[in-house]
Design a protein around this ligand. Structure first.
Ligand code: ADP
Ligand code: MG
Length: 364
């Protein structure tokens, strides 16, 4: 399959989809660069599939505009958009061989037999299924069927590839192997990918950028690190990874030079603070469990917070501690299971310590 010079550039402008009594996609704006791998991540029902269906041309938007390479395509039929689509349930034709499944889009486009044969061969090579062209879908494993679906979506050299939870039906090991394969294919073809998943780990590991969707809107758009380290809202902090979320007010720059979030019961938690422009009113501290160290209480450290270990759970690569502070609030800490790391037992009083810069503070 000939490598494309560049993938399509996709723009969504106030894209909206209404169903009777509800708004599935609510004025979405998004610009996807040529060759970018972008993921729409969000809970079930947040409007991810509806968005893809509008981009593919299978459902008309209620309002808004879709542009590819600066051309409006909102009313254009699907087969003219040069977009490949892969669904979770493969949607292969059960009575057609692998070769005929993959060749189908080319046949629809009226290509000559010989050229179809060549292109199908190349597409099957790309997804590492050469030699299986004569089989029927039911004679393949789930992972192989998904590769056929991928070959069929790529065989006509689309500028944009849409994938809707393509690995959702596969077990964990196979899913990870396919994630790796998809990344290889993406960099080989430089096709623009819009990927949909509700699995945050999959989104963070695969994407150039992630758009976190909540109720038909983009809650935050950014690189994996930005979403994880600098969540823009409570929703993002809760959806991506695990967080301790503590409400209170910010006390600016103490004698040690960092800010402190003071809880309603007066416990002082080191924090990175809010920009001064947003600093009035209540604040929400986002503290990731793996940023918290747990030390014996013997030598109290400056800025440390005292607590008692109420519960610990061994999770293989780390141990999760539930630590009760003096006011009864519970903080979760995760410590790697290494001889280097201090451990604590249930019932033990400990001090929790973290770097203020490892936290982030939102207006509550
Ligand atoms: P996601 O893919 O993120 O799970 P969807 O785009 O499938 O979300 O659905 C978003 C919302 O729109 C859901 O509440 C869903 O029930 C609703 N919805 C989707 N398709 C239709 C439809 N054809 N008719 C009515 N409501 C729909
Ligand atoms: Mg969906």
């Amino acid at each position: 399959m000939s490598a494309r010079a560049r993938g399509g550039r996709l723009i969504l402008q106030s894209l909206t989809k209404r169903y009777p009594g509800m708004v599935a996609v609510d004025g979405m704006d998004l610009e996807v660069e040529s060759g970018e791998f972008i993921t729409l991540l969000g809970p079930s029902g947040s409007g991810k599939t509806s968005t893809l269906m509008m981009i593919a041309g299978f459902t008309p938007p209620s309002s808004g505009e879709i542009l590819i390479d600066d051309q409006p395509i909102t009313g254009m039929p699907p087969e003219r958009r040069n977009i490949g689509v892969v669904f979770q349930n493969y949607a292969l034709f059960p009575h057609m061989t692998v070769e005929r499944n993959v060749g189908f889009p080319l046949k629809m486009r009226g290509l000559a037999r010989e050229e179809i044969r060549e292109r199908v061969g190349a597409a099957l090579d790309l997804v590492q299924l050469s030699g299986l062209g004569a089989r029927l879908p039911r004679e393949l494993s789930g992972g192989q069927q998904q590769r056929v679906a991928l070959a069929r979506a790529l065989v006509f050299n689309p500028g944009i590839l849409l994938m809707d939870e393509p690995l959702g039906a596969l077990d964990k090991k196979l899913r990870e192997q396919m994630q790796f394969e998809l990344k290889r294919i993406h960099s080989e073809l430089s096709v623009t990918v819009i990927y949909v998943t509700h699995d945050q780990e999959e989104a963070l590991t695969m994407s150039d950028r992630v758009a976190l969707i909540n109720q038909g809107r983009i809650e935050q758009l950014g690189r994996a690190e930005e979403l994880y380290e600098r969540p823009a809202s409570r929703f993002v902090a809760e959806f991506i990874g695990e967080s301790n979320l503590v409400e209170g007010r910010i006390d600016r720059g103490n004698s040690d030079g960092y800010d402190v979030l003071v809880t309603d019961s007066g416990i002082r938690l080191p924090a990175a603070g809010l920009p001064p422009s947003q600093s009035s009113g209540r604040a929400l501290l986002v503290l990731r469990p793996e940023k918290i160290a747990l030390l014996p209480i013997a030598n109290p450290c400056r800025g440390a917070v005292r607590g008692t270990v109420r519960e610990l759970t061994y999770v293989g690569d780390f141990t999760r501690y539930r630590v009760e502070l003096d006011d009864g609030a519970v903080i979760t800490a995760k410590r790697p299971n290494s001889k280097e790391v201090v451990r604590a037992g249930a019932g033990e009083t400990v001090q929790l310590i973290w770097h203020p810069e490892d936290t982030c503070v939102l207006s509550a």
